[in-house]
Write a protein that binds this ligand. Structure first.
Ligand SMILES: [Zn+2]
Length: 246
């Protein structure tokens, strides 16, 4: 089982006095739902810091009130409306150049301001582009809007601001549409851990609204294996950014 291989690797690292950073990003929150409550309870239990990428346009005080008492949650900006402006068959994209860039930037600024005022100290000045896609011209404009980091999927690429990516996606979007089998996900985690050029922090990507039993079971199993392991640290963006600066 690949979960055993992950554990063996972590045990080995612990023996060498080394550790690996993990972080958790979950996308598409707008309002309180039973699925979100489940995610919040699970992450509070272990505890694992959680970055919740919230879609600004329709969200409001209901979600902010729920999250405000949870120390382990930070809120990032998930586009503005999560609408796609690309023309099929192009892949879905909100933050592309399919409309004037000034319009896109104005929406991102509104999203930043809205979530900052709703969340205060819980607000993370991080942009999480819907569908993990963003035009390079828009990335270049992010620092002027106040963003300090960007998070997409895959290997980090150099940009004008810090990039804190996710690398293991729980969902099998193109196949079953459900959660990938746990054994496959542990293999992906292991691949990140033993990669010749390691990622700065292994980012796990969740989507609570569409989790099936596979997805929930994997998260539970991953946290049970790693959260208290001496070679593993689940971190919040602040710690990743500080690690970057060193
Ligand atoms: Zn999304």
């Amino acid at each position: 089982m690949n979960s055993d291989a992950v554990k063996r690797h972590l045990d080995r690292l612990a023996g060498e006095g080394k550790s690996i950073r993990f972080w958790l990003r979950d996308d598409d929150a707008v309002q309180p739902t039973p699925a979100l409550q489940r995610l919040l309870a699970l992450t509070a239990h272990y505890p694992v810091p959680l970055v919740l990428a919230v879609i600004p346009e329709e969200t409001g005080v209901e979600l902010a009130d729920l999250l405000s008492v949870l120390d382990h949650v930070r809120v990032a900006v998930h586009g503005w409306s999560h609408c796609s402006y690309s023309i099929p068959p192009a892949k879905k994209q909100e933050l592309g150049l399919d409309r004037p860039i000034t319009e896109v930037l104005a929406e991102l600024q509104a999203g930043f301001a809205k979530l900052q005022s709703l969340y205060g100290l819980q607000f993370e000045p991080m942009l999480v582009p819907p569908w993990n896609r963003i035009a390079p011209e828009i990335v270049d404009a992010l620092p002027a809007l106040g963003f300090e980091s960007l998070s997409v999927f895959g290997r980090e690429k150099q940009a004008v601001l810090s990039v804190l990516n996710t690398h293991v996606d729980l969902m099998d979007w193109r196949g079953t549409g459900g959660g990938k089998p746990a054994d496959q996900l542990f293999a992906e985690v292991l691949a990140c851990m033993i990669a010749e050029k390691p990622v700065p922090s292994i980012g796990v990507l969740a989507h609570h609204l569409v989790h099936d039993d596979n997805a929930w079971a994997f998260l539970e199993q991953l946290f049970a294996l790693t959260a208290a392991h001496p070679a593993c640290r689940w971190v919040a963006p602040g710690e990743m950014l500080r690690a970057r600066a060193n």
